[in-house]
Design a binder for this molecule. Structure first.
Ligand SMILES: [Zn+2]
Length: 285
């Protein structure tokens, strides 16, 4: 993957500049944690399963937007975000709509969002209240070790998935799903809406991949990286890893097979209209 060919975001990456005051760990605790659990849309990693929770590396101030002296990682995030802006900006424009660019906030340890406070333990997430994607960059190292092996296109898929949630927010899909979940009679029914939303975000990530594939010189190996990640973060894979058995009703992001299939649907077609995960029967997703 030649990610350096991708366009810059023009200031869309805004490092949080460190953790919470006093180094407080707030995930799951208090109103902030609750709000976060209710509102934010996560990448799909159960924090208790993968990250063990509670770990807080020292806050690190990252190099700001200045091109000289910026880190390689910052430039990577900036170009991936920039390319999602171009792709979705173009798709929205063709549909006669305006795309509001999201902000990407890399952080280490802990961060404060409009959806509440979070630590790295929650994994990457999108907060619809401030239109920001929060990404603890140590998650990439976690992917290398535990979640399918990582790789630059796999990292890009994570970012593009969160951007997919932003697109859903822009289109009003996220609100509709929240309302449907509130009207659900059972937890399993509410979870099913969440799975549809997550699989659509995977498909949207694939759409982005399709549309940058020639510019970024994507290879079959790159695609394998993303597929390995999608498979590693399927609910069944994570549950199998943590409990030793699988509980389909408790799925909130979709199975490994579903995540791979929907990512590839977007990737093969490049067409967001093929990402309708809401029309078909749940057992045929
Ligand atoms: Zn997600």
């Amino acid at each position: 993957m030649d990610w350096k060919n991708l366009p810059r975001s023009g200031g869309g990456v805004q490092p949080s500049g460190g953790g919470l005051p006093g180094g407080g760990l707030a995930v799951g605790g208090g109103i902030g944690g609750l709000l976060l659990a209710l509102l934010a849309m996560f990448f799909g990693v159960d924090p208790s399963v993968v990250l063990g929770g509670g770990e807080s590396p020292p806050a690190q101030t990252q190099s700001p937007a200045g091109q000289a002296g910026e880190t390689e990682e910052y430039e990577f995030l900036d170009r991936i975000l920039g390319s999602t802006n171009e792709v979705w900006g173009g798709i929205f424009q063709q549909a006669g709509r305006t795309y509001t660019k999201p902000v990407l906030v890399p952080f280490r340890g802990a961060v404060r969002s409009a959806c509440g406070q979070a630590t790295s333990a929650v994994g990457p997430f999108y907060c619809p209240l401030d239109n920001k994607i929060y990404l603890d960059t140590s998650f990439f190292a976690q992917m290398d070790r535990q979640l399918g092996g990582g790789g630059d296109f796999a990292y890009s898929y994570v970012i593009a998935h969160e951007v997919g949630h932003h697109v859903q927010n822009e289109l009003g899909i996220a609100d509709q799903v929240t309302r449907a979940q509130q009207g659900a009679r059972t937890q399993a029914e509410a979870n099913a809406y969440g799975v549809r939303l997550e699989l659509q975000a995977d498909c949207f990530a694939g759409v982005w991949g399709h549309r940058v594939s020639s510019l970024a010189n994507l290879t079959p190996e790159d695609v394998r990286e993303a597929v390995n990640t999608a498979a590693a973060i399927g609910d069944d894979a994570l549950q199998q890893q943590s409990r030793g058995y699988v509980v389909p009703d408790s799925f909130t992001h979709g199975s490994s097979q579903q995540r791979v299939n929907w990512f590839m649907t977007g990737f093969r077609t490049g067409d967001p209209n093929r990402c309708d995960t809401f029309s078909q029967p749940y057992n045929q997703l």
